[in-house]
Design a protein. Sequence first.
Length: 536
Amino acid sequence: MDGDKRPAVGLDFGTSTTLVASARGVVPIGASEPWMPSLVGYGDAAVVVGDEAVDLADEQVVRSIKRAITENRRFVRVDTPTGVRDVRADDLIVELLRETAARAAARGMSLDEQSAPRLGCPAMWDGAQRRRLLELAQRAGLPVTLASLVDEPVAAGIAWLAQTAQDKKRPMRVLVFDMGGGTLDIAVLDVRGVRHHDLTVLAAIGMAEAGDALDEAIAEDLDFVLSAAGVEIGMLSRPERARKLVEHAAREAKVALSTSESHPLGLSRRVFGDVDVWYTREQLNAVFAPLMDRAEQYVAAALRAARMTELVSGTAYEILRAPLEELAAGIDVVVLSGGMSQIPYVAERLREMFPATTVVEPATAPPESAVVLGLAASARYGRLNMYRPGFDILLEWDSGREFRTVYDAYTPLVEPWQIAQGGSELRYVRTGLDLSLPRTGTGRLRIVSHTGDRVRATLGGKSLDRFPVALSDQKFEFAIYPNGRIRLTDGGGTHDGHVENWHTQRGPDHTERVKRIAPRRSPDVPVPYPFNRDRN
């Protein structure tokens, strides 16, 4: 996307915390911290947001409200002044964003058109989830569009680039590992020299499992620890209250063990009795291991997706079966972002995964500020070449009175489960049955850009925009491939085409680099199948 040359203000609406930053640094919006807790709930008579919600009873507060978008939930259950009921999650998110803007304005940083606000979102979000966030931000008074959204791991990579002491001219390959409260996002970036302010996003994927999942795993492990100490939570006089306290202790232990080898749980004697229980980093690592195992599988998927996007010689079959060591060897730097990356075990596992020559370091200090600082710096990057298209493709008929969205902007073209499954037909595809098309008739395709850039795309030797389509519910199929290839089959036959320059820019030295690190592989090299094929 083409960058806006005005100084930008970044807004990082995170699962656990919300931050605002300008080009000068983080704008403090919290009562005692630079960040505001991403908490929202109900007090005596109204919605309460941020620090004011910290002391509310657990049943009155919604934690991790951002997950409502990630999980496509429209309602959350909360104790309100009129009783426990299902509340629209969107209304609570709007209140949180509105409060964020008000606090930033009180600090002299208005989130208006003059400040060109940039908003972050998880890399795994599809077009519908991104549009939902934008609609809520606009309801809160923020002047944002799809073009002003930046994937969170990409923003973290920009933050690292903005302050790196690396050779300013040397091209670099960077993998960003952004583990926050609700999602793990991974991006592979090709940097054409830091001074060029030109980076290519080769891949960005993620999973809806991170800090919250670890908190739950620690709390479950603490049940066993307490049981070994003679405390059965289910037998206590207030078991529900006890479980809430254990969950709180789990979150505290996770933070404390980032800098200490052991931590006392400090549980209430009134609830748990006279019990003195400690939790160690070794225990934390053991609980964390399964989550990091899954995280490594997504790192591998991102590396393979990046290789496919680059159009390296060789088939998809060969790329999918290339050894992980070969793929990892092409990464110069692994950048750590998000609060979870402060846990030493994260860096330990990633250092084992990559060669000794690969640098593993935080994006910023502290790493939870990386995304918001990168959002604020993103306007400096004149070209953020996206790994998936920033435009809609519509199919219209009946003089435009009827239409279907064939492709929704920024929707992933390749899912991790597709990468693991293998085969050569890795693509985004919609059929006539998916779209509920008429059996017969004539329509046309139309392109709607969300970046302001002109989209150059051809189909059958003609422009894709306004390309005629013979409607068919049985024969219609539209596909976009990671390399920009397009194929349309309709009632009149099959038409091939291509979208130009939306996904990557490369120079001659980059091409030679790819050839050096991507030899053809034998098809008998096995590849693990770690992903759920039913994932949407």
